[in-house]
Design a protein around this ligand. Structure first.
Ligand SMILES: Nc1nc2c(c(=O)[nH]1)N[C@H]1C(S)=C(S)[C@@H](COP(=O)(O)O)O[C@H]1N2
Ligand SMILES: [Mo]
Length: 520
């Protein structure tokens, strides 16, 4: 390698940054175009999630929320670019040793991504090696090209200044801009393709009709209030929480579900075999344990699937089994007591459809668990591939060692949807409305308090079932001024919602949702 000594560290850093950037962009493009090829950024992000320090759980849980997922992705990409810039400076020193050190650095970064990619069951290892080699090649090409141009630029500056125009300067800037744009464009196209592919219509049009359809929605189950959360949340609007940075798209044709552990007859189902079992329908409201008071990590949908009970009966659960663990294709786990299902009306499903559509990839296609009354992190395994019967003592699922409770029954909660926080309204009759839930106990009462006034009972929608939320409304005679609105619910067992404010960790937030409004 010809020595390319660049005196300006800015130019060298720019060369390194672009070398890393183009490599990342090209890799994203390949990941978007070729199913089974890894996205280095997402794979390293997944590695960080997998090896998060204990105690970071609050941060990480919020990171994994729908809005903040891109934050981790962008942080990884920026981290990669920064390191690349540093390696550019190392390479710019111009000695063969420095050049080799820089390439080794890039190689180490690539190797980290490669090792991370090997952990991903949806990645083809050969393709991962291919992307690794391609990225390193691209890095080497861009880096040597830009360093050469930088050297030319500096040599030119040393020479007579009178010569015009300054082509070497233009060449460096032009090349840098072009490469930067190429990196951004290929990265953006690759990302878009990745998400589009994940959301392509599921291979099965609609899962077979249920043997038992959910009864039609009772009259009065929805309140007609503009802005209130719909009783049944459309799939596209349903909250999403999981540890996957991208949307995993499993292949139903090769997918298998096994039932293992403390059972008399271990079972294996193909997708077709699972769909051949009797399918049932149920409305179930599910909430994320990391939902804040007043938050929107909660939703209600019509789930269709095979009863977990039927599958467990077939497998023959052994008497000593006290825990049911759902395991996902990526090794993620959730576990809950077998005793939770002892109540006959807690009908857990291996769900294959959501609101009449095949389960969307973001919500667990081809199959997921839905267990009435439990937070998602202990129960609702998406992309389900294994159900294991074990004991509560012998296994802790994914979030438990990270500081979250072993048991996760959903706490009674209520939320004000309208008016919105800080709304300005005219005096007179104002509709205050929202949702309240306590799966699987149901809601018996919702009350609203204005300022320090008496708690006024709300009108409730007719409940679909005890496993679903209700809508509520109060017609408030609003007078001028600033007011504080608070809501609280009572569950079907007569238990009042907990007033004491508490953060979500370790087993679900408590406190009354409170908003301020201004009445003119
Ligand atoms: N495989 C897998 N399943 C998972 C998770 C996950 O990270 N991986 N997250 C769980 C959590 S914490 C919640 S709250 C629910 C959310 O389900 P949803 O995204 O369909 O709303 O999925 C659960 N199932
Ligand atoms: Mo969750």
């Amino acid at each position: 390698m010809r020595a390319m000594h660049v005196r300006s560290w800015v130019l060298a850093a720019a060369a390194g940054l672009l070398a890393g950037g183009v490599a990342l962009g090209v890799a994203e493009l390949v990941a978007g175009l070729v199913p089974g090829a890894p996205s280095p950024v997402s794979e390293i992000g997944a590695l960080l999630i997998a090896y998060q320090p204990r105690g970071a759980e609050q941060v990480v849980v919020s990171l994994l929320g729908k809005a903040d997922k891109p934050v981790l992705t962008i942080a990884v990409a920026l981290g990669g670019l920064l390191l690349s810039a540093g390696l550019g400076v190392v390479a710019g020193a111009g000695t063969p040793i420095r050049w080799a050190a820089a390439l080794t650095g890039f190689g180490a970064l690539g190797l980290l991504a490669l090792v991370a990619a090997f952990r991903d069951p949806l990645v083809d290892p050969l393709l991962a090696v291919g992307v690794f080699a391609l990225s390193l090649g691209v890095t080497w090409w861009v880096l040597s090209r830009l360093l050469r141009l930088a050297v030319a630029l500096e040599d030119r500056r040393k020479g007579p200044a009178a010569e015009m125009p300054d082509w070497s300067r233009r060449r460096f800037i032009g090349n840098s801009l072009g490469l930067g744009l190429a990196a951004l464009a290929s990265g953006a196209v690759g990302r878009t393709l990745l998400e589009v592919r994940a959301h392509e219509a599921a291979s099965i049009e609609t899962p077979p009709a249920p043997v038992e359809t959910a009864p039609p929605l009772p009259a009065g189950s929805s309140l007609d209030v503009p802005g209130i959360t719909p009783l049944v949340v459309p799939n596209a609007d349903f909250y999403r929480i999981d540890t996957q940075l991208l949307t995993p798209r499993l292949d139903a044709a090769s997918w298998k579900l096994t039932v293992t552990g403390m059972v008399d007859h271990p079972l294996t189902f193909t997708y077709a075999q699972l769909l051949a079992m009797p399918l049932h329908e149920e409305y179930i409201t599910i909430q994320c344990v990391s939902n804040e008071v007043g938050g929107d990590l909660v939703g209600n949908a019509l789930w269709r699937g095979v009863r977990l009970r039927d599958v467990l009966d077939k497998a023959g659960v052994q008497p000593g089994a006290t825990q049911i663990v759902g395991r996902s294709f990526d090794g993620w786990t959730a576990g809950f007591p077998t005793a939770w299902l002892a109540e006959s009306d807690r009908e857990a499903l291996i769900a294959v459809a959501m609101n009449g559509q095949p389960l969307p990839p973001a919500h667990g296609y081809p199959a997921r668990l839905m267990v009435p009354g439990l937070y998602g992190y202990v129960s609702a395994t998406k992309w389900l591939t294994n159900i294991q019967l074990t004991t509560l003592d012998s296994f802790d699922a994914y979030w438990v060692p990270l500081g979250w409770s072993k048991l996760g029954p959903i706490k009674t909660a209520s939320r004000i949807d309208v008016p919105t926080v800080g709304a300005n309204m005219k005096a007179g009759t104002v509709t205050v409305a929202g949702v309240a839930w306590a799966p699987d106990r149901g809601i018996s009462n919702v009350e609203l308090q204005v300022d320090d006034g008496a708690w006024q009972p709300a009108r409730l929608s007719t409940p679909i079932s005890r496993t679903t939320w209700v809508q509520w409304l109060v017609r408030w005679q609003a007078s001028g001024g600033n007011h504080r609105l608070r809501v609280r619910a009572t569950d079907g067992a007569g238990q009042l919602q907990i007033e004491e404010p508490h953060e979500p960790a370790p087993n679900g937030a408590t406190g009354y949702h409170t908003i301020g409004v201004t009445v003119a």
